[in-house]
Design a protein around this ligand. Sequence first.
Ligand code: TTP
Ligand code: MN
Ligand code: MN
Ligand code: MN
Length: 371
Amino acid sequence: TEGPPPTPVAAVSQYACQRRTTIENNNKIFTDAFEVLAESYEFSELEGPCLAFRRAASVLKSLPMAVPCLAATQGLPCLGEHTKAVMEEILRYGRAFEVEKTLSDERYQTLKLFTSVFGVGPKTAEKWYRRGLRSFSDILAEPSIQLNQMQQSGFLHYEDISRAVSKAEARALGNIIDEAVHAITPDGILALTGGFRRGKEFGHDVDFIVTTPELGMETSLIPIIINRLTRQGILLYCDYQASTFDKSKLPCHRFEAMDHFAKCFLILRLEGSQVEGGLNSAEGDSRDWRAVRVDLVSPPMDRYAFALLGWTGSRQFERDLRRFARMERGMLLDNHALYDKTKKEFLAATTERDIFAHLGLEYIEPWQRNA
Ligand code: TTP
Ligand code: MN
Ligand code: MN
Ligand code: MN
């Protein structure tokens, strides 16, 4: 009566950097629900449950098929009682009460709306909410509120920059930045990073690394590019942050959203004529241009691999790379360097493959990092 032994299935790792996650998500009904709850916990500054739901979503995203029943989650990491209860409801009724309740919650809706504005983070959104403000017109009509430059541009270009950026638009922007970089220095280097490097069809912005082979020269690159974009009349907004990179202070001990390289957060004017197949514009919009968010970061060449790995994302993949390095290898990884705490030495890398090899990890391609 004993059948053949079950085929051993490779265990799913608790670390996203040991999983291959493409843009194909077979468990969207669960991961969308988890994202709502994670975001709601984030608004309440409950980091633990927020991270738990993000990790659970990431595990499900890596699976080659939809989870058909709760029993199929046996042996999967990062799925606790709470996440399983939500999944069970979705499996039974197609939706979960807690998620529905969150989506209809006034505080959640308002914070979600406010943080959708470029330059408005959870802190500011919370402050406005506590003052009784509930809509954009409430904010704009409130005389005591001083919007900073970033928020003013955020409101001004709200429609355009909330609309997804297409691959064709990303390519057109790549051409514009490439032209600028090579006009400055023929050996300038431009690399697409962020979601588009991971193979995403749409993004909320386009991320590029710009640098030069000559160490130290990279710091002047972004200011010159900004100058050029200004003269071309396509710079709608620019937040430039000069480098605060200091080799003596490497590496940082915690995951940092921000690194110390020279960078800028831009809003550019993109002409329809520059985009193959045309702009991704709103229904009924007759303009032949749109505003788009672009990020540029400029690491020195000897940090290129770390910066590329850090800016390619996804955020969950990056978090888990750092956690894996710390917990499993006694190493500290950030966008600047990799430090071996046991050997008390920095491990150099010229490619992303070098970094994975130092960590004793199988190489994961950029399009497999959609954790
Ligand atoms: P994002 O552009 O925020 O995200 P994304 O490109 O993955 O997705 P989207 O389509 O929504 O744009 O960030 C890209 C990566 O850059 C992300 O992994 C975090 C990283 N990053 C840093 O390391 N430092 C920074 O200062 C910023 C702004 C981002
Ligand atoms: Mn991006
Ligand atoms: Mn970005
Ligand atoms: Mn730091």
